[in-house]
Design a protein around this ligand. Structure first.
Ligand code: FAD
Ligand code: NAP
Length: 309
């Protein structure tokens, strides 16, 4: 990687990181964005987005591409590499990737978002990619005309079930309670969709199959009765885990592992800012992630300005 010293290194290329990049780029701050997988983050894996202002309906990959293009137009350098460590190096920060490449920067914007949680049941690891999926947009097409299950009761589970109904024969949502957590608007759509059924108060005990997923063992928590649900695939949406392991004490985290930072995006370490889903906050959405990105970029600019950098 480059020997240059960047004004800002943005870690993570989801909506928070890309918004920060657009703002730092426009402010003529020399900016490097490091992304471990592909730009767009969770947004890239979302089939259709219906709540991002300005677009009544837009595909996640499309919105991701538009943000990336906009960031590049402002001179932002995008480098691909999984960041494994950030250390203070005098007045600078040294960012290290899994390939042992390093980047030096005067400020850091943390925007690494979160990753889907595992269900932690027998068969989940064995059948990962063979019927077990965490991304309906990526894998839904493999289950055309087949029956699938979705585990979870939040926005992700319901929204992605609605997406799957366009492809598969039948979706069974398995939820551990008798009430969904998802927003009312999504609930109403799911309840009236003939291709969606519900198994309430139920937990998946095991994912079973031969080579690929064939069935789920589902236990009703109220009756203790076990049902065998024949499905070709299971999509798991049981919440998210913040991507903060690599921070190793650089900044303070809350009890759930999110970076402690308020609306001002300031962390416990001067010069390090946190934007998007990685931050302790009430609403994790694309619109709040991009708002954080803008705030973090301006905070970084002020930090540099105060030091005459
Ligand atoms: P992310 O989108 O998670 O991006 C983080 C990026 O950082 C990723 O690209 C990741 O690869 C990268 N990264 C992680 N660790 C490292 C590392 N160590 N080094 C380098 N790079 C790293 N919100 C809406 O507003 N509308 C919706 O319709 C909607 N649908 C959703 C559907 C699903 C299935 C899910 C899971 C979420 C949905 N959300 C939706 C929520 C929304 O996607 C997130 O709130 C938003 O993407 C958060 O943006 P972010 O930039 O903070 O993090
Ligand atoms: P979430 O809101 O945390 O919901 C997780 C769901 O999984 C809950 O229903 C939970 O049950 C269930 N669950 C958790 N652990 C479980 C386990 N071990 N076994 C079985 N079920 C389990 O997560 P999410 O739906 O992924 O949403 C994450 C964030 O992204 C949220 O802020 C959400 O609003 C946002 N998002 C927004 C949209 C949108 O705006 N359209 C779409 C997708 C996601 P309980 O209900 O019993 O806790």
């Amino acid at each position: 990687m480059s020997e240059a010293i960047y004004d800002v290194a943005i870690i993570g290329g989801g909506p928070a990181g890309m918004s920060a990049a657009i703002y730092t780029g426009r402010a003529h701050l020399q900016t490097c964005m490091l992304e471990g997988l592909s730009t767009g983050g969770q947004m890239f894996n979302t089939a259709t987005i219906e709540n991002y202002p300005g677009f009544a309906r837009i595909d996640g990959p499309d919105l991701s591409q538009k943000m990336e293009t906009q960031a590049k137009e402002w001179g932002v350098e995008i480098q691909f590499g999984q960041v494994t460590e950030i250390q203070r190096a005098g007045e600078l920060f040294q960012v290290t990737t899994s390939d042992k490449e390093t980047v030096l920067a005067r400020t850091i914007i943390l925007a690494t978002g979160s990753t889907p949680k595992k269900l932690e049941v027998p068969g989940e690891a064995e059948f990962a990619g063979k019927g077990v999926s965490y991304c309906a947009t990526c894998d839904g097409a493999f289950f055309r005309e087949k029956d699938v299950a979705v585990v979870g009761g939040g926005d992700s589970a319901v929204e992605e079930s609605l997406y799957l109904t366009r492809l598969v024969n039948q979706v069974t949502i398995i939820h551990r309670r008798d009430r969904l957590r998802a927003t009312k608007h999504l609930q109403e759509r799911a309840f009236t969709d003939p291709r969606i059924e519900f198994l309430w108060d139920s937990e998946v005990e095991a994912i079973e199959g031969e080579g690929t997923v064939k069935q789920l063992r589902v236990k009703n928590k109220k009756t203790d009765g076990v049902t065998i649900l024949p499905v070709a695939g299971v999509f798991i949406y049981v919440g998210m885990r913040p991507n903060t392991e690599f921070l190793k004490g650089l900044v303070q985290l809350d009890a759930w592992g999110y970076v402690e930072a308020g609306e001002d995006t300031l962390t416990s370490m001067p010069g390090v800012f946190a934007a998007g889903d990685i931050r302790s906050k009430g609403l994790r959405q694309i619109v709040t992630a991009v708002a954080d990105g803008a705030v973090a970029a301006m905070a970084a600019e002020r930090y540099l300005g105060k030091r005459g950098l």
